[in-house]
Design a protein around this ligand. Sequence first.
Ligand code: SAH
Length: 353
Amino acid sequence: MTVEQLIKDRIKEQGPMSISEYMALALAHPEDGYYIRRDPFGVQGDFTTAPEISQIFGELIGAWLVTQWVIMGKPQAALAEIGPGRGTLMADILRATANVKGFHEAISVHLMEISTTLRQKQWNSLAGKHPDILWHTGFAEIPAKPLLLVANEFFDALPIRQFLHSETGWQERCIALASNDSLEFVFNEATPPELLKDEPVSDRLYEYCDAANKLMEVVSNRINSYGGTALVIDYGYYERSHGNTLQSVRQHESHDVLVEPGTADITAHVDFYNLTHAAAEGGCVIYGPVTQGELLGRLGAKERTIALCEKASAKQKKLLLSGLARLTAADQMGELFKALCITHPSMPKPEGF
Ligand code: SAH
């Protein structure tokens, strides 16, 4: 049975479903979910992410992680990535840090990934890059020790709910079955999460990602107890509400969220306001969000690109320069994408923030 049929059957039996239930089934259903069977990345796929655009992304983050590790006093640590995609970011991090004295010996590498297809890709990308790499399905499985964590374009894939406040109270935007058997959005009466209850503005749509907030708090808790730092990069906003950001993409084009679920990516912009709130609950100190353009600029994106260009062919040079522009220019990924860092309270302000 396709995910679409499963969703429709469930709505027939139980009534309208929340957007979060819909996203969870469409993206992560254990047999037919979007991420489970497919490799969605690259020109042939549905979308392209920063590490797939340029090697400098992973190299700069690798150098940043080493700086943080040195500040932490060079402990034995867990280097973890959540939602590693094809494994490109981790491969670049490991390659860029291979010559740092003591670093690879001090770390074990942990990848949190639900997709078996992508685990296989990651295994291929990372072959021979580190002797101690483990895969996990949940954060709790990552060993309790000082943590160096990265998450790029992970939180946007987590299921959100949408709430609207109007004169008559709160309603939730849900998904129902229309008379012609297609899917449609409807509003149902609902009780919103506690965080949204204070100072609601009427006729404004609020999004709420429980999974993101819970995970952020758990990561923050771990760092508060064992030391370390986490870097989260994603497209998102910091205002209290940003309206409807639910979107679907297939083959690099915008796709209808409600059409053929399971065959296209569905995401929502990351609510950095609530993520920050959740991280604070876990006890960490928070830096940012700063824009991706600001972060990469401060970490030396331009200088690194120029250095690489010196040894590159004309064709490679062109790719490196267009990659730099895509990652950092305000009208490309530079401004929409934001970086948030959380650290153990004993650590100073991190580089780039
Ligand atoms: N960081 C990568 C990929 C981003 S796409 C890059 O920048 O290219 C999102 C990734 O998160 C995919 O690998 C997907 O399979 C994984 N993922 C989605 N939901 C997940 C979940 N609940 N737990 C673990 N991994 C998940």
